[in-house]
Design a protein around this ligand. Structure first.
Ligand code: EPZ
Length: 418
């Protein structure tokens, strides 16, 4: 099993580029199924989750070429409506293929995606939205069978602004007769990127980024050439690496508006942050200020995917901070590992109370999930001595060659194979 070995204490300095957003590539690869013409998707990071999504496209009959960060999808010959089990079990986000497959093939079959490290991850909102559009859904033996006799535009209200449910419904609605309205829709930037891709295909989606989205169905869709938006969570993680080490870096390829919630929070730690074209410059305090209270919320609230990195930063703040995780029920698994490094954190349900300490000590720690693993890397960059992080496969699902990127701005980090 690969490990990171980090020797902490270096202030990070230099510039670093953010790749395209994993959570935008995944739904857009699914949306490529909405037409039988070739699409070109640019600035895709080389990540395990994206490899798996490409595997799903190939398994259902698409020809897919990967040239550097560009993925070329030829969906002209779909051979099955069945999303292969092995992919769904490996990446639960493969549920995002459901809406696109129903739109393309008139039916879809997928095994129930399990929960994951951070929570039970139900899909009731996805299924309700598809049913509202007229999809007949049967659940048996752990499979979800979707058949549509006639997809019809509907006025759909989401109980919760689920990112995945919003994306699935948008994709299915492109094949529905008439107009679909999605109310209480997720407002994440990745939804807007999906809207832009579908509109580039000749579709008509409007309102992404707001809580009410409209989709005009049954427009003829053609292939599109699309560049993925930068990954706001990777950008936030890099900014966090500067903040925890008292560093000063330039983060290139950032949409400033997408990282506003993260920047506002890092400014509360005392960092001085300014936009510079499509880059963001951060100059951090040697030791961060505490942050009275942070609550994770749907966009444009503070993103749950940045909760763990923020907790790491606050472990060395000059006082007490509170972080409340409201999105997922099991997203504090990095906390016991941070405590092995000398952090002083008390968890009470959804709330973490973080008493800042002068120093963290290097230790051998375990990465339990993607963003928790990134949080441990940040803590290792600050800690005295050596930190060893086991079980890198979680981190490598969301961060492309993280060790190379951080080394390029002065971190002492190596990846070693067991
Ligand atoms: C997306 O997951 C992201 N994944 C997650 O990023 C991110 O944390 C999450 O949105 C929130 O921003 C991808 O885009 C591939 P949700 P998703 O549906 O779509 C509940 C990462 O680290 N819910 O908005 O699964 C759910 O249980 C990953 O890159 C239902 O109750 O998130 C959760 O509590 C982790 N019923 C909340 O909504 C449903 O049908 C938010 O989930 C769907 C969701």
């Amino acid at each position: 099993m690969a490990k990171y070995i980090i020797t902490g204490g270096n202030r990070l300095e230099g510039s670093i580029r953010v790749p395209g957003a994993k959570n935008s590539v995944l739904p857009i690869l699914a949306a490529a199924l909405l037409t039988d013409e070739q699409s070109v998707i640019r600035d895709c990071p080389n990540l395990v989750d994206i490899e798996k999504a490409v595997g799903i496209l190939r398994a259902v009959g698409c020809k897919v070429k990967i040239e550097g960060g560009t993925i070329i999808v030829d969906p002209s010959n779909i051979t099955t409506h069945i999303i292969p089990d092995e992919y769904v079990k490996e990446i639960r986000s493969s549920i995002i293929f459901l809406g696109a497959m129903v739109a393309r093939a008139g039916k879809a079959r997928v095994t129930y995606p399990g929960g994951c490290e951070i929570g039970q991850r139900p899909i009731n909102l996805h299924l309700k939205g598809l049913e509202d559009l007229g999809v007949n859904i049967e659940e048996s033996y752990g499979y979800i069978e979707c058949k549509e006799s006639k997809l019809t535009g509907a006025d759909i209200h989401l109980d919760y602004p689920s990112v995945g449910a919003t994306e699935n419904i948008i994709m299915a609605a492109t094949a529905a007769h008439g107009y679909t309205i999605i109310r209480n829709a997720a407002k994440e930037p990745e939804i807007t990127d999906l809207q832009d891709f579908i509109n580039a295909m000749g579709g008509c989606v409007a309102g992404a980024g707001t809580s009410t989205i409209m989709v005009e169905g049954r427009r003829p869709l053609r292939g599109a050439d699309h560049t993925i938006i930068p990954d706001r969570i990777v950008a936030g993680t890099y900014l966090g690496a500067a903040a925890i080490t008292g560093g000063e870096i330039m983060v290139e390829n950032v949409v400033f508006d997408h990282v506003q919630p993260i920047i506002a929070k890092l400014r509360e730690t005392g960092a001085v942050i300014r936009a510079s074209g499509s880059a963001v410059h951060i100059k951090s305090k040697d030791r961060p200020f505490p942050v009275y209270k942070t609550t994770t919320l749907p966009h444009p609230g503070f993103p749950t995917d940045m909760q763990a990195p923020l907790v790491s930063i606050l472990t060395v703040a000059r006082g007490t901070s509170v972080v409340v995780e409201t999105i997922f029920e099991n997203r504090f698994k990095h906390v016991p590992e941070l405590m092995r490094m000398g952090a002083d954190i008390r968890i009470d349900g959804k709330t973490a109370v973080i008493q800042g300490v002068e120093k963290l000590r290097g230790a051998e720690v375990l990465s339990w999930d993607l963003r928790g693993g990134a949080a441990l890397v940040l803590a290792g960059l600050r800690a005295e001595g050596q930190t060893v992080i086991d079980d890198l496969h979680h981190i490598e699902r969301g961060y492309e060659r993280l060790e190379h990127s951080l080394r390029s701005i002065g971190a002492q980090i190596d990846k070693v194979e067991d």
